[in-house]
Design a protein around this ligand. Structure first.
Ligand SMILES: [Zn+2]
Length: 145
């Protein structure tokens, strides 16, 4: 799932669950639930992957700035926690696999679980990402207005 959608889910949680001791673990768990839903992903050529990441980063940056402006630090933090499990993939890809130059290493522990739950991650599932953006943006907008 895109970082933008994980972040929007986290922000939604922060707006419903105001208690940080509950909201932050829920945000982390939401990542795993969201990754179990149909979403975009899979083996892509490096150039395509780079373009998807840049597009996602631009949208995420915009969403992050708007979240900071309208909802503040707690919502940004909750969004970050909801997105954070994927930082491990970035770390592995950049530092262990040298930007795709080396083959992926076997996944262990949490990474193994994180990979196994993504049974509905396919390239053809890209429209789901737009559906999630619309649903959670409308949800946030509804709570704000
Ligand atoms: Zn993930």
């Amino acid at each position: 799932m895109t970082a933008t959608n994980h972040f929007l889910i986290g922000v939604s949680i922060s707006l419903v669950v105001k208690q940080p001791l509950l909201a932050l673990p829920l945000a982390f768990i939401s990542h795993l639930v969201a990754d179990a839903l149909p979403h975009f992903g899979g083996k892509l050529p490096l150039s395509t992957l780079r373009n998807v990441w840049i597009f996602d980063a631009v949208i995420l940056s915009t969403v992050l700035l708007a979240t900071w402006k309208y909802f503040g630090f707690f919502s940004v933090l909750t969004g970050f926690v909801a997105t954070s499990p994927d930082l491990v993939w970035v770390y592995k890809f950049v530092f262990q696999e040298k930007l795709g130059q080396l083959p992926p290493k076997p996944k262990t522990g949490f990474n193994s679980l994180h990979a196994r739950i993504q049974k509905y991650e396919f390239i053809k599932n890209w429209p789901f990402e737009f559906v999630y953006v619309v649903i959670f943006s409308l949800f946030i907008f509804k709570l704000y207005s």
